[in-house]
Design a protein around this ligand. Structure first.
Ligand SMILES: Nc1ncnc2c1ncn2[C@@H]1O[C@H](COP(=O)(O)OP(=O)(O)OP(=O)(O)O)[C@@H](O)[C@H]1O
Length: 297
């Protein structure tokens, strides 16, 4: 069963703007799914609906079988979130902040708080005021807060925004550990394509509120029938490739094979034609190439 189901979500704002247009997708248990899209594509609206903070005009989100729109408390009890900028009381310690913020939702467990602070590597700074925390430490405290109710699913809205490269790597490692050690299911909203490439199993691409793509992160898959050729004999190679019924792009050196040809056959043809082949390998498009193609940028 999918842990999180987004079903036919449509949201129109009062000014008539369509933020989401019939968007559906699913997150399976233990999966990390990246939500991608330009500014204004509808990602935050979708997370807001998933947390029960925004009402959709049509459709619903179900979490662990509970509808956010029909039974919000039961549904969101399974979710921890870092949504928009985390706010802490700067004159309180990390520990006190966690206690105050959790008490607001009527729930506090000291032992669990200790465990989670250790998990996010903040145990030795928990007694320090949060005004002394770096941005990375604040994000880790926000993660601790999100993890405290032991959620099955995490929603992360641009969690590494503003972190330096070391902070980004550290945060990424935490997230991957949450999945490998605890089977956590994670929906990650990020502008950073490299982050999505490194962390996510699948991604959903939104454009102007519509789902343009749902599937594996493209750079993890070889593109069928496209090879990259490196050679010093470009002219000779182009001729041989054309004779075989394929095409080579002069700028990218990508060779698109027609359905009747396979990679090693064309390689044989090139070698037999006297082309010095420095390398010949299946092309893996980057997520950036795929994303820009999909969103028409
Ligand atoms: N409260 C609101 N009232 C009216 N329109 C809104 C509201 N919130 C968002 N919108 C509009 O809805 C559309 C989707 O916005 P949303 O914030 O969901 O996009 P996003 O993909 O999260 O963008 P970003 O990456 O910039 O955060 C945009 O056109 C935005 O201007």
């Amino acid at each position: 069963m999918a842990l999180l189901e987004v079903r036919n979500l449509t949201k129109r704002w009062p000014d008539g703007r369509l933020a989401l247009d019939d968007v559906s997708f699913e997150l399976r248990q233990g999966e990390i799914l990246g939500l991608l899209g330009h500014n204004g594509a509808g990602k935050s609206t979708l997370l807001g609906i998933t947390l029960g903070m925004v009402r959709p005009d049509e459709g619903e989100v179900r979490i662990a079988g509970h509808s956010v729109q029909q039974a919000r408390a039961a549904a969101v009890s399974h979710v921890g979130a870092i949504y928009e900028a985390a706010h802490f009381y700067d004159y309180l310690t990390g520990w006190q902040n966690l206690r105050v913020l959790c008490s607001l939702s009527g729930w506090w467990d000291e032992e669990e708080a200790r465990r989670v602070l250790k998990l996010v590597n903040l145990a030795d700074r928990a007694s320090h005021k949060t005004k002394t925390y770096s941005h990375g430490m604040r994000q880790r405290l926000a993660l601790a807060q999100a993890l405290l109710p032991r959620p099955k699913c995490l929603l992360l809205d641009e969690p590494t925004d503003g972190l330096d490269p070391e902070g980004i790597r550290e945060f990424r490692e935490f997230i991957l550990r949450l999945r490998s050690d605890f089977g956590m299911t994670i929906l990650l909203n990020s502008h950073l394509l490299a982050e999505v490439e490194q962390m996510c199993d699948r991604c959903v691409i939104l454009k102007q509120g519509r789902k343009m793509y749902e599937g594996p992160v493209p750079s993890r898959e070889n593109k069928q029938g496209v090879y990259h050729l490196q050679t010093r004999d470009t002219a000779k190679a182009k001729e041989a490739i054309a004779r075989a019924g394929a095409m080579m792009d002069a700028v990218t050196s990508l060779v698109e094979l027609p359905p009747h040809l396979v990679g090693h056959d064309l390689l044989k043809t090139l070698v037999e034609a006297g082309v010095r082949v420095d390398s010949w390998q299946p092309h893996k498009p980057t997520l950036e190439e795929f994303y820009l193609g999909m969103t028409g940028a």
